[in-house]
Design a protein around this ligand. Sequence first.
Ligand code: GTP
Length: 355
Amino acid sequence: MASVKEELPVGNVTAVPAAASRPRAQPRQLSDEEHSLFARTGQRRDVAPGEIIFRRGELGRSMFIVESGQVQLEFGDGLPDKLIGPREFFGELVLFIGSHTRVANAVALGHTGLRIVEHDAFERLLDTEPRLVAQFMRRSFSYLVASEQQLIQGLKRRNEDLMVTLDSLRQTRTQLTTAERLVQTDELTGLCNRRGLYMYLERLHEQRLPETVLGLLLVDLDRFKQINDRCGHLIGDQVLRAIAEEVQSAASSTDVPCRLGGDEFALLMQITGEEELRARATQIIAAVRALRFPGVGDGLVVSVSIGGSLCVDGVDWAVWYSDADAALYEAKGRGGDGYEVSRAGDFAAGVPDPA
Ligand SMILES: Nc1nc2c(ncn2[C@@H]2O[C@H](COP(=O)(O)OP(=O)(O)OP(=O)(O)O)[C@@H](O)[C@H]2O)c(=O)[nH]1
């Protein structure tokens, strides 16, 4: 086929006004003249409801005009379907560019009468009816361009919607992370709380350093009730925050310092052995003893008791806790300001020298 452009009698085509150079959708229905032209040229075919006229991906060589009934064009990929009714046409691109891969499935919705215009017949019309063919092609092109623009607008809108959805998903994720962090954090001291410790324990196997043992220290303030009674709850809170800082200072990056509640703190550590467990307990006791609270009455001095244990891998947290708690009980019984280490029910006391 000679190129359509060469064969089009441009002079016969009604000039498009400058203001209308932006493509406007033309009615997809054929004019009376066009319709009778194609009716003379095309073959009639009746299709049953649900019959597939062509499939997406097939090569086509003919255009279809709906004479009665309705055809649905299914583009897939989330694009909207299109309905083609009486006097409307579809699959026309093959007439202009020879053979063309169909971009949609065409399915008859009910009993449908079609007029089929083959590529060769259309080529002959270019010679015999150039004015009508040119009019038809112009209508077709402007319809195609308008459809493309509509599609681009739709995709743009979808893209914008997606960006908004993505944004709100990101926000929700940040909120969830914040909420998760808050739920695991002790409000007063900023340390991990009991829930946070349990969550850490659940993931502990992923975090184990080679050639270390787990050690647990339970740290409890001595006579804290008296401090509250004497100095007030605000000072009591200040003392709790100061103890939290010392427990935190004794922790390395793989340890979990936490406040279990009230005046009880815990430090779960990955250490080399009992010597290190004792060293950390000594460090905390000495640091707490050295704490001063300027402006508080007659010079407040505080101390802690610590119970420590080496944890046996594979044994429940409750066992670790109860071993360390038994040691803590012993340390308290000795008057506080010192530590005990539990070794299978045996206690080895340690009272650091006053600083
Ligand atoms: N200021 C303050 N006090 C708290 C907080 N949580 C618990 N307490 C107080 O901590 C005190 C703990 O008292 P006890 O369990 O009797 O312990 P203790 O007085 O330290 O006695 P020993 O442990 O035997 O030395 C109670 O008076 C609680 O009211 C808190 O968040 N802030």
